[in-house]
Design a protein around this ligand. Sequence first.
Ligand code: XIL
Length: 335
Amino acid sequence: AQKGLKDYYKSYFPIGVAVSPRALQNPAEAALILQQFNSLTPENDMKMGPIHPEENRWNWGPADAVVDFAQAHKLKVRGHNLCWHEQTPKWLFKNADGSQVSKALLLKRLHDHIDMVVKRYKGKIYAWDVVNEAIADNPNEFLRDSDWYKICGEDFIAEAFRYAHAADPKAVLFYNDYNTERPEKMERIYKLLKKLKDANVPIDAVGLQGHWSLVEPTEQELRTTIERFGSLGLKVQVTELDVSVYPWEKDRRAKRPDESDAYTPEMQAKQAAQYKMFFKVFRDEKKYLTGVTFWNISDHYSWLDTYPVAGRKNHPLLFDENFKPKQAYEEVVKF
Ligand code: XIL
């Protein structure tokens, strides 16, 4: 069989990809996955909203489909995620009369949710993103002002890890976030992780989402981040890698007039150079780095086609719209 990313990186770390059940049913995408990757993350189907839309209703089908595919083909699975401020159902935070729940009830619901999901996939999911994106975007704030934080204060974070550990003591438990290499955010994440470690909370690792761009992060920022988190005794994975050809800006509401959909040879070359640099750093940091997962399979479909704005096509991955390896792919496997 033709060599894939997973084969080139066999002595380093697993190479994963975010998928939907629909992609697994498309023969071209399924073939590419099996040739290139040895780990899967469900892109949306294990998030609280999709999997647990009402207190007494569970929607297991799509999540099971991803896990079953992985089992059938001996792929690893990363669970994503157990506690987040987005794609979270409204019922969690409300009493029957519409008033806001107490901290005790919200933590009980968090417990029951985590216990159910983690136990269901025990032995089939080796790693969980337990808490996702709890740090605020504003550099002057520490934790994000989410419903979780408003109702529970900081405690929901440590509790989520304890619940997950109790449900599956063998699972590798992650804190996962974006813009982790920006120095001011890195420091705030470090502070949170250190607190958790000092309090003996069962956290094993940190996920750098890796939604990067043609200019971010720099090599030095990336190395510093991995080593600084590693120094806490945590493992590191890149959990949602893509390299947008547009600048990363969270609060964009519209396509800028100067943005065309052109994917120029210059952009392709710059992107290939970024990917080359990132994977060189990953190999160098093998001591801490235990996995790299791409967020989507190929430029045929990326969540960045519609985020943060619709109306422009992105090209953030290693395979093009026809599932063919790009220049960036060649740079990643040449070492
Ligand atoms: C994204 C999915 O890719 C989209 O399909 C969905 O509409 C929104 O969520 N950080 C995360 C991921 O942790 O769960 C997000 O996934 C991308 C940003």
